[in-house]
Design a protein around this ligand. Structure first.
Ligand code: C2E
Ligand code: MG
Ligand code: MG
Length: 572
């Protein structure tokens, strides 16, 4: 509102400034009138005075009129001159105001990016004369998007204002402080080159202050900040084509990004290797987007075994990136980045689509397990999307297992429960993956209708060496028994571990002891050797798998047909 008023006033001032430009012509006329007055006045005025004193004849009336006109023009010119003085003063004020506005963030009242850049350049210039350094801190709030999503933008704005106040309160008195946009702040100040300890204290104080809960609008909100620190005497390869101020900000940004990677709510100083890391990440990021489009993400298959009988029960599909430049890349590298850049849904769907196609060729007794990221479970359409993939591949739902990790239980549990319930209604089984790593309580475990628990591989592979691992595996086996949930042990690497696990009835297992995950072609070859490929007569006719738009009716018809088929199978 205030901004609109300022804009209207600025517009008004600009129009009066235009008028002032035009009036320069009027001033010219007045100047000409003065010259004429001096020419004609000198001749006529003495005649006028003589005539008034009765000493001579009255001057010519035309000349008197010309003189009066001259006087009027001079008065008019003087008035315009005064007006112009006022208008020029207003113009200066307007320009100053416009400059301040263009460098200020309207929400917090601190500088914006442009303002910070100009002021940092000024500081750098001053420091080049005194031998001081300029310190820049980049401060980014963690998970601020969720605050906006959960509490709305007006609460979000208040949090930003409060955080700005708290951060600014920790800065040295002469620091330049700015909001770069969104939830990102930066500051710059002068320091002696050897005052790292003092700067460290400021960074720690910022992290601590922001982490204090903010109460606004009767809601208590917790946010935290990641801080990156850089000093102008540090070196950075990235500097090409950048001004000193931009380089400083760039270094602080890299350090801040590193702080995010290290778990957030902390601060880091810029170090050169961080830059290389960031470059690698940018390559991966660009590669992921391109790789999805080029179909470079493919499933590999890891055997799942019934530990008592030693029989193959199915496979877990594990994503691999067949990158043309980097070779076969592990999911530990690309999954977290795909999650961060919002590409995990598309990536996972492309891998699942291929896996469903591949698994159609397997014996119908074999199951297929796919991994789902917690991010995908935030999408209320996830169940429909998965169903569409099943529909396209004409894959029976009861052969599919969806593995979700414990962290899903800490997400928006309402949405997760709806998705899980609709998947279960279609006959898909839900497996809790990596159990034991994510601090799930027993209560949480019962909030979702799981069909199986998978013990995390760290406990299994340490079974022989660690009493703790043995206790945990024992505990999970009892828990599974108590809740009536079958258990899978992942990460079985040796026959000694297998022997230990065989003590538990109804345990399934997987791990390198049974072989590394294999490509679709290798898996098919191995299945063929064991007579476990679907016989041609068994294979159902494939549906059209072209990229047609999502058809909700067809998906629900498929779901009903599947449910009927399962009921029939159950009765039979
Ligand atoms: P996960 O679902 O727990 O998968 C098991 C991981 O353990 C796999 O690693 C597998 O190769 C590895 N593994 C299996 N047996 C052994 C063993 O005996 N010893 C050891 N040390 N490791 C073993 P991978 O393929 O690198 O996958 C890592 C994680 O990436 C997976 O853990 C899963 O959480 C995630 N992931 C894989 N594919 C996908 C996917 O398509 N979508 C999503 N969202 N996540 C995926
Ligand atoms: Mg898994
Ligand atoms: Mg696992």
């Amino acid at each position: 509102m205030a901004d609109l008023n300022i804009t209207a006033k600025l517009r008004q001032q600009t129009s009066s400034i235009d008028a002032a430009d035009r009036d320069i012509i009027a001033l010219g006329i007045a100047a000409a009138a003065i010259i004429m007055f001096m020419g004609t006045g000198g001749a006529i005025l003495p005649q006028v005075f003589r005539s008034i004193a009765g000493l001579g004849e009255a001057p010519d009336t035309t000349l008197i009129n010309a003189l009066l006109l001259n006087i009027a023009l001079i008065m008019f010119g003087w008035r315009r001159y005064r007006q112009l003085q006022t208008e020029i003063a207003e113009r200066r004020t307007a320009e100053e105001r416009a400059r301040v506005l263009s460098e200020t963030d309207p929400l917090t009242g601190c500088l914006n990016r442009r303002g910070l850049n100009d002021e940092t350049m000024r500081l750098l210039e001053e420091c080049s004369e005194t031998g001081d350094v300029v310190v820049t801190m980049m401060i980014d709030l963690d998970n601020f998007k969720q605050v906006n999503d959960f509490h709305g933008h007006s609460v979000g704005d208040e949090i930003l204002q409060e955080c700005a106040r708290r951060i600014q309160a920790q800065m040295p008195a002469n620091a330049i402080f700015s909001r770069l946009g969104g939830d990102e702040f930066a500051c710059a100040f002068r320091s002696k080159p050897d005052r790292r300890d003092a700067i460290e204290c400021i960074a720690i104080a910022i992290v601590e202050e922001v982490a204090e809960a903010v109460t606004t609008n009767k809601v208590m909100v917790n946010v935290s900040a990641s801080v990156g620190v850089a000093q102008s005497d540090m070196r950075c390869v990235c500097a090409e084509g950048e001004t000193g101020a931009q380089t400083l900000l760039h270094m602080a940004d890299i350090a801040m990004y590193h702080a995010k990677k290290q778990g957030r709510n902390c601060h880091f100083w810029f170090e050169e290797p961080m830059e290389e890391e960031l470059r690698f990440r940018n390559t991966i990021e660009a590669g992921i987007r391109q790789g999805i489009a080029n179909g470079e993400f493919v499933p590999y298959y890891e055997k799942q075994i019934d530990l008592q009988t030693g029989e193959l029960t199915g496979f877990e599909a594990l994503a691999r990136w067949n990158s043309p430049s980097m070779g076969l890349v592990s999911p530990d590298v690309f999954i977290p980045i795909a999650e961060e850049i919002g590409a995990i849904g598309e990536l996972s769907e492309s891998v699942i689509a291929r896996a469903l196609e591949d698994a159609r060729d397997w014996d119908s007794s074999l199951t297929l397990a796919v991994n789902i990221s917690p991010i995908q479970l935030r999408d209320p359409w996830f169940a429909q999307k998965l169903l569409k993939l099943l529909l396209k591949a004409n894959f029976p739902t009861e052969r599919l297992e969806v593995e979700i990790t414990e962290s899903c239980l800490h997400e928006n549990i309402g949405v997760v429960r709806t998705i899980v319930t609709s998947l279960k209604n279609q006959g898909i089984r839900i497996v809790l993956d990596d159990f034991g790593t994510g601090y799930s309580s027993l209560g949480q475990l019962r909030t979702l209708p799981f069909d199986r628990i998978k013990i995390d591989r760290t406990f299994v592979s340490n079974l022989m060496d660690s009493q703790d691992a043995r206790t945990i595996v024992e505990g999970i086996a009892m828990l599974g028994k108590g809740l009536g949930l079958p258990v899978t042990a992942e990460g079985i690497e040796t026959s000694e571990i297998l022997d230990k696990l065989r003590a538990y009835p109804d345990f399934n297992g997987q791990g390198y002891l049974y072989g590394r995950p294999k490509s679709a072609r290798e898996t098919n070859q191995s299945l063929e050797t064991h007579g476990l490929l679907a016989k041609p007569a068994e294979a159902e006719p494939r549906l059209n798998t072209s990229n047609e738009p999502f058809d909700a009716d067809a998906a629900s018809q498929y779901a009903s047909a599947e449910a009927a088929r399962r009921r029939k199978a159950g009765n039979g």
